[in-house]
Design a protein around this ligand. Structure first.
Ligand code: ADP
Ligand code: ADP
Length: 224
């Protein structure tokens, strides 16, 4: 089953006099449970494509269906609702809230979805912290953790609500090689255990080679 179906998608940016064709005629299917990387040099359209898949940005022409929902033309409110239900995001700069502990950062993701009792939240958060290997750090704040540890919190936060898809924009860009590899290990393990679809972007060959599927972009064009 395809969880991502993209047909003849283009994306153009207009900023005053500047006009950029960021994505050109992209047709692409990604199956449920795939572990794929969007690879390409800086400026090739990786972030733009991830943002469109996650309903963070709008396409210009074409069609995109995610987990059976056509998201080609959502209102701002519908897009926010779609993201909350279906998508977990991981960023290169982790984007954790500095005044909250690891536990509280993850709890916030569940509170945004709503409907969980304190007891349910406690169980889900402890479980996911254990799965990413940092249960012992649950009361630490971001600045009391290393970059790799912070990224594990961010992965836990993205996964705790059990989204259909995890989108990760250059998740290892700010990490040294060994730590980057260990973050890939965690994502790979969770992909296998939970069958969650992972789509991440990278321009680092070491990271790209770890994916089971490589989606190559160059100048906004899909390469075969
Ligand atoms: P990558 O993630 O591969 O580095 P991006 O998706 O960020 O590539 O960018 C693709 C192209 O679109 C680049 O030429 C970039 O400058 C341009 N671009 C991205 N976002 C915007 C924007 N908000 N306004 C104008 N141009 C943009
Ligand atoms: P990356 O290479 O990781 O995509 P960038 O620094 O190229 O990071 O871009 C970060 C964000 O800045 C993009 O997602 C896009 O929204 C915005 N951006 C990129 N290029 C441009 C541009 N030429 N004009 C305006 N915004 C841009």
């Amino acid at each position: 089953m395809s969880i991502v179906k993209i047909k003849k998608l283009t994306k153009e940016y207009h900023n005053g006099k500047i006009f950029v064709k960021a994505l050109k005629n992209i047709t692409l299917d990604i199956k449920k449970g795939e572990f794929s990387v969007i690879a390409g040099p800086s400026g090739s359209g990786k972030t733009t494509l991830l943002n469109i898949i996650g309903a963070m940005d709008k396409l210009t022409t074409g069609e995109i269906i995610i987990d059976g929902e056509n998201i080609s033309n959502l209102s701002k409110k519908e897009a926010a609702d779609f993201r909350r239900r279906k998508i977990g995001f991981i960023f290169q700069s982790y984007n954790l809230i500095p005044v909250l502990t690891a536990y509280e950062n993850i709890e916030l993701a569940l509170d945004l979805v709503g409907g969980y009792t304190k007891k349910e939240k406690d169980m889900l958060i402890e479980e996911i912290l254990d799965q990413v290997g940092i249960l012992n750090l649950k009361n630490r704040k971001p600045l009391e953790m290393s970059g790799g540890q912070q990224q594990r919190v961010a992965i836990a936060r993205a996964l705790v609500k059990k989204p259909a898809i995890i989108l990760a924009d250059e998740p290892t860009a700010n990490l040294d090689t060994d730590t980057g590899e260990s973050i890939l290990d965690v994502m790979e393990k969770l992909n296998k255990e939970l069958n969650t679809t992972f789509i991440f972007s990278s321009h680092d060959i070491m990271i790209i080679e770890r994916a089971r599927r490589i989606i190559k972009l160059r100048d906004g064009i899909l390469q075969n």
